[in-house]
Design a protein around this ligand. Structure first.
Ligand SMILES: [Zn+2]
Length: 909
């Protein structure tokens, strides 16, 4: 593609168009909490609305590309909705398209899509959304963003951070992996290049001329002059000073305008093309360290995403009647997820009050999702014709796996593994004799009891018997593992109140009749995708066993014949299939901030434990767990004066390493109480083959990255990268539960053929500052220099979960197997549903979402491969829709999906 020559339009031959776009960048919460910023938002919007209404020369305002600011404002000023609608309808005030300006790497692809859809839906109430993918402040951009924007019908994006040095013009074509593209306007110096316009026409012209000198090399034609910055109020003199500046000179034509109007006339011919993600620090900070600060927030996000996307939505869509689908509750959960997606929220580069609020929102979304998933499983359970335990698979692939369940008596099925005895329901020991109480106490207890029959995950009240004689009242409560909803607990309670009231001095004997049960672990196989079948334990083909060493110094070994793990009692690491050194914990100093890692001037790296003990927690045949307990001495903190790690603290770190029957995955859980400040803990994972790069999951794609990252003097290109749920390199795949940051290290080989030997996965990054000055890798601050104690996570329990597989052929299947377990429900029988079945067949693509939309079943799929695929939905027919729900094409059972394509299918019923 031809590249326009530099300098041809540098401004002096003809007039340069200067598009002044008044705006404000509204971080909803950041260095101040949401409510504090909202007080400023209300004041700002009160002023802006009045200004727009009374000053036609203040022609336009860009409301930051997000609808959250409108809702946050209208909650306080509902009376102004009509005024905003009128200004929006007149094209004076732009609406959306996003609900919030999210981070693109730290939230799921589905969250990004829902964010765009809810923003556009909300904007329709005000006459429609601005059709520009405005992405002003995100810390880099995902590869599939151009496709997402295209699927919403957009042709334009506007970006600042992440643009690589090879793009040297203010416009380029940004292409997604599937080939779809948007014309992208690059803001070379950011979204505030026209902030704080002076109230003086001559000064304004000088300012424009100076800026032209600064970025003239980039300009294709006109200049976009973004008149606003973080939380900026409008400048009421704008219209007048722009008119005066135009009257004063002939070099520039200034116009107060909108992004869509400016972009409609922007050059499109001969633009450079960039394909894939934008993560370069060549011209602006990408702040890559946000992926590893506040690991608790990242884990809370992963848990909530999984509960909503992988459990609640599919289960409710598939098992509840369409009219029962809890759309409103799911919307509330998604609203919390979308609000948290904001770049200062999900990135946790905020003060502690904000991070606390973020954690509450994730917890609320999770509770809604978890509760709805339970309700949907209840619908399935009650509909089953046959009684007994049933296994439910909420993922698209037919699969087996290990499940825990209870069996009556000591009837342990062949090939299954008994688990340690647990107390009975309510924690009452099994076989305990009757409790003798007085009538008053029993009345008090009755008042506290719920009316439901479920006691815990696998215990329901089966029956309550009441007998009375001269010696007192006998109550016998029978517990069992069948789900029961037909025990008339309310009337039983009423009857008891009557009896107790009649005999206030009676002795009451309560007996809990708990049949002996045993918790066991067994392997089940072939549970249909989005389906269920009776729980029938199978004898594993590859049972797992622990082999004690023959000699006292030999390694403890755990193997199922598919994967073998050998433990090194000297350093607490383990070998997988002969590749040694997994689980090495490397702790170094971090004198950085919430945005960037920074090695202290005097670092002390600790990677050797003081003492190690290895014990066997479970021995198979279904699951074996070996526990490594390692004690380390870490430095306490980084001294602010010497910038060196100082002091000593002791930490005990427990690592459970687990292998299951018939699986090649090794599951790892590391737990400790963080005793230190100012440090970074990573686990080093050796690569079976030296690697020249990595392949990491990001939204709707796997992206390939080399060993380096582009940076500049103001931000070193540290090649720590984010991965959504898994990353592969050198034959190793690592799936994780919210451990988003990895780096390929131990780089050797020749200069032309550099190879990494190890993948470092960050388990914790502990710093005490929102932002800092004079850091090793980023000398200038990225935010206020505010101490933030919570960023240290000191004294907090850290739990990190990840899974390893050498030679994994399907990382999407691996991450489901590792983190989306099969469910077990207990049916009473008597329903209409057959004992096994599948509610939805999807083949040929990965499933991102299953839900109901306007009563129809909606399934979003994507093709993560570079080959076209046939996606089939069994016998279902329907149609493909775009992200605005507009029909694209009919589908009769199957359709062809382009390489790396995303598609949304809808079907009636
Ligand atoms: Zn921002």
């Amino acid at each position: 593609m031809a590249t326009p020559g530099k300098g041809v339009s540098a401004g002096h031959n003809r007039q340069r168009r200067v598009a002044v776009v008044p705006h404000t960048h509204w971080d909803r919460e950041w260095y101040e909490p949401y409510q504090s910023f909202r007080l400023r938002l209300v004041k700002m919007l009160d002023g802006l609305i009045a200004l727009l209404e009374h000053d036609p020369s203040y022609a336009r305002f860009l409301l930051d590309g997000q609808m959250a600011v409108i809702d946050d404002y209208l909650e306080v000023r509902p009376e102004n909705e009509g005024r905003i609608r009128a200004l929006a309808a007149a094209g004076r005030l732009s609406m959306g398209p996003w609900y919030i300006l999210m981070d693109e790497f730290l939230v799921s692809g589905e969250t990004i899509v829902r964010n765009l859809q809810s923003g556009m839906l909300r904007a329709t109430a005000f006459g429609g959304a601005m059709e520009v993918g405005y992405l002003p402040d995100m810390f880099g951009h995902i590869a599939q963003m151009p496709q997402i924007l295209r699927l919403a019908g957009f042709e334009h994006a506007v970006v600042w951070r992440g643009v690589p040095s090879v793009i040297d013009r203010s416009g380029f074509v940004w292409e997604a992996p599937d080939g779809s593209s948007v014309r992208t306007e690059f803001l070379p110096t950011g979204y505030g290049n026209g902030a704080a316009i002076p109230d003086d026409a001559k000064a304004l012209v000088r300012r424009v001329a100076d800026h032209e000198k600064e970025i003239g090399e980039f300009l294709l034609d006109g200049m976009l002059f973004m008149n606003g910055t973080d939380h900026q109020e409008p400048q009421p003199w704008l219209g007048r000073v722009v008119a005066e500046a135009n009257a004063l000179q002939d070099d520039y034509v200034l116009e107060v305008t909108t992004l869509p109007d400016y972009l409609a006339g922007a050059p499109t011919d001969g633009l450079e093309v960039w394909k894939g993600e934008l993560r370069s620090g060549a011209r602006a900070n990408v702040l890559m360290g946000v992926a590893s600060n506040r690991v608790d927030v990242k884990r809370a996000a992963a848990r909530a995403e999984r509960a909503l996307e992988r459990l609640a939505e599919p289960l409710c869509a598939l098992y509840m009647a369409p009219e029962q689908f809890p759309a409103r509750l799911l919307d509330l959960a998604w609203r919390e997820m979308v609000r948290n997606a904001a770049h200062d929220s999900s990135c946790a580069c905020s003060v502690d009050e904000v991070v606390d609020a973020v954690l509450v929102r994730y917890a609320e979304a999770y509770r809604i999702a978890d509760g709805l998933a339970g309700q949907a499983l209840g619908v399935l359970t009650r509909s089953l014709a046959e009684p007994g335990a049933t296994v439910v698979n909420t993922t698209a692939r037919a699969r087996g796996g290990a499940v825990e369940f209870v069996v009556a008596g000591d009837d342990i099925p062949d090939g299954s593994q008994p688990l340690p005895e647990t107390p009975g329901a309510f924690g009452i020991p099994r076989g305990l004799g009757p409790l003798t109480l007085d009538a008053n106490t029993v009345r008090t207890i009755l008042g506290m009891l719920p009316n439901g029959s479920q006691i815990d995950t696998h215990t329901w009240i089966q029956d309550v018997r009441v007998e009375e004689d001269a010696s007192g009242i006998d109550i016998t409560i029978a517990f069992g593992s069948e789900e029961r909803f037909d025990v008339p607990l309310a009337s039983i309670k009423q009857d008891l109140y009557t009896r107790l009231g009649a005999r206030p001095d009676a002795i009451v004997r309560i007996k809990i009749d708990q049949p002996p049960v045993r918790r066991v672990l067994a392997r089940v196989s072939d549970v249909p995708g989005f389906g269920y079948r009776p729980l029938e334990p199978v004898t594993p083909a590859h049972p797992v066993a622990v082999e004690e060493p023959d000699d006292p110094v030999g390694p403890l070994v755990m193997t199922n014949g598919l994967v073998t793990v050998a433990f090194d009692a000297n350093d607490g690491t383990f070998a997988i299939d002969g590749v040694a050194g997994f689980g090495r914990l490397v702790d170094c100093g971090d004198h950085g901030d919430s945005y960037n890692y920074s090695p202290p001037a005097g670092d002390r790296v600790v990677d050797t434990p003081d003492a190690v003990s290895i014990t066997v927690a479970e021995r198979g045949p279904v699951r074996a767990v070996i526990q490594i307990l390692a004690r380390y001495t870490w430095p306490d903190y980084v001294d602010g004066v010497t910038r060196s790690r100082t002091g000593e603290v002791t930490v005990d770190i427990t690592t459970d390493v687990e292998v299951r029957a018939d699986e090649r995955i090794v599951r790892v859980t590391t737990r400790f109480v963080n005793p230190a400040s100012d440090h970074r803990l990573r686990v080093h994972l050796p690569l079976p083959e030296p690697a020249e790069g990595s392949a990491a999951e990001c939204a709707f794609a796997v992206v390939h990255r080399g060993l380096d990252a582009e940076g500049r003097a103001d931000e070193f290109g540290l090649p720590t990268f984010p991965s959504r749920r898994f990353v592969s390199a050198g034959g190793l795949t690592v799936a994780h539960d919210g451990l988003l940051e990895y780096e390929l290290v131990d780089i050797g080989g020749t200069q032309s053929e550099r190879r990494a030997a190890t993948l470092a996965l960050t388990l914790l990054r502990s710093t005490g500052m929102l932002s800092r000055l004079g850091m090793a890798y980023r000398p200038l601050p990225a935010g206020p220099l505010t101490p933030v104690e919570g960023l240290q996570l000191r004294g907090r329990t850290i739990e990190a979960r990840y899974a390893l597989c050498i030679g994994c052929d399907d990382p999407y299947a691996m991450v489901d197997d590792a983190f989306v377990p099969l469910d077990v429900v207990y049916a009473a029988g008597g329903g209409w549903r057959p004992s096994a079945g599948s509610e939805l067949e999807v083949e040929g693509a990965e499933v991102s979402a299953v839900r109901r939309e306007a009563g129809m079943l909606e399934v979003r799929v994507f093709n993560p491969t570079d080959r076209a695929t046939t996606v089939s939905f069994g016998a279902r027919s329907g149609w493909l829709v775009d992200l605005r729900g507009r029909t694209v094409a009919p589908v009769d059972g199957s359709f062809e999906l382009r390489p790396f394509g995303i598609a949304t299918f809808r079907s009636a019923g």
